[in-house]
Design a protein around this ligand. Structure first.
Ligand code: SF4
Length: 350
């Protein structure tokens, strides 16, 4: 038995149907959602629960703020703008077995073995807690960007979503916030859940960024593409994709080529592909680093420039921020001798 009980298995009918049509539990969609208890508990003594140190940086209900906003030098203090991550719920429409926040999302109140910070809201923030966090954001001068992240913000009651986005939109208009991002996987888990009220709520923001988590081309169904289109056309959102490199799901240059090309064709900007975080329940999904780099370096020259906007990044355990991997050996630059294009032709630096 896992100390925290493990992520629940929840399959909206839409997702069950997609799993059935794409190879069942062992297909690339099924593997992301159907539990494998023996594998999920195999590494729990060695692996980590919170490699991104989110619990220790929770500064207000659900708000993780770990980026320093001040640099002190001998001569002066330099203040730069910073982003904070806010989880207003611990629920998602379905649960990804590799979830970085598996210590926290989907966990029922009172569950033993999770950290105190992870239980700061169970399961959704109460209105008093939402107001407390909004007040914190307002008074903290370093925060200029909010990332609403999973648990999935699109699963809260539409009135609550509208209130939160309305307040954040007001802070944008006042000049307090520059950017608000909404991280969601509802367009993949259950696009049928998204109705007019959700798009109206997103319209409260100025230039909303909708960061949709998509891992495999099979996830780009007509229903999913339809809601991504609505975010773009009805909300004026810039829709960007985030993917996780997962063994047995999308760990080939060909699969990622199809994914990024289809995303770009649908007007979605590929943004990040992550090496999966080293949480113990997801170790079996990890693609060894050397192989991950090989896939990335093979992929990059294959892509059109507009599909090659993603960066391959690692959230280094117990580090601050993401480390992007170089684009690879498709191209080569030697500042002394010249450079080489992706077909291997050499040019002198002039
Ligand atoms: S949608 Fe995001 S937060 Fe929810 S289970 Fe999947 S990865 Fe985790």
């Amino acid at each position: 038995m896992l100390p925290h009980g493990g992520l629940p298995e929840i399959f909206p009918p839409y997702l069950s149907d997609l799993i059935r049509r794409t190879g069942g539990p062992d297909g690339p969609i099924g593997r992301q959602f159907v539990s494998r208890p023996a594998l999920e508990r195999r590494f729990y003594k060695k692996g980590m629960k919170d490699p991104l140190m989110e619990d220790e940086h929770e500064v207000a209900p659900g708000l993780v703020y770990k980026y320093e906003s001040n640099i002190h030098t001998k001569k002066k203090q330099f203040t730069y703008t910073g982003r904070a991550l806010w989880t207003i719920t611990r629920h998602c429409a379905a649960y990804c077995r590799f979830c970085t926040r598996g210590r926290e999302v989907g966990i029922p109140a009172g569950q033993e073995g999770v950290s105190g910070a992870a239980l700061s809201h169970t399961p959704h923030l109460l209105m008093d807690q939402i107001k407390e966090t909004l007040a914190y954001i307002r008074k903290e001068p370093g925060i200029t960007e909010i990332i609403l992240s999973g648990g999935d913000p699109m699963t809260v009651h539409p009135d609550v979503l509208r209130f939160v986005l309305g307040e954040l939109g007001a802070m944008q208009r006042e000049g307090k916030l520059d950017i608000v991002r909404i991280g969601t996987r509802v367009p993949v888990h259950n696009p049928l859940l998204l109705r007019d009220v959700h798009f109206e709520a997103v319209r409260e923001l100025r230039n909303p960024r909708v960061m949709v988590h998509i891992n495999h081309p099979f996830e780009l169904t007509p229903q999913t593409l339809g809601v991504l289109d609505r975010f773009r056309k009805e909300c004026g959102a810039i829709v960007m994709s985030q993917s996780v490199l997962l063994r047995g799901v999308n760990d080939s240059a060909e699969t990622l080529y199809t994914l990024f090309t289809k995303l770009a064709g649908a007007g979605v900007v590929p943004y990040y592909i992550f090496q999966n975080d080293r949480v113990y329940w997801a170790s079996h999904f990890t693609v060894p680093m050397k192989r991950a780099i090989h896939i990335w370096q093979k992929l990059r020259p294959m892509l059109s420039g507009v599909a090659a906007t993603a960066r391959f990044v690692i959230d280094v355990p117990r580090g601050y921020g993401k480390v992007p991997l170089p684009e690879g050996n498709g191209w080569y630059v030697d500042y002394a001798r010249g450079y080489r294009d992706f077909k291997g032709k050499h040019f002198a630096l002039v």
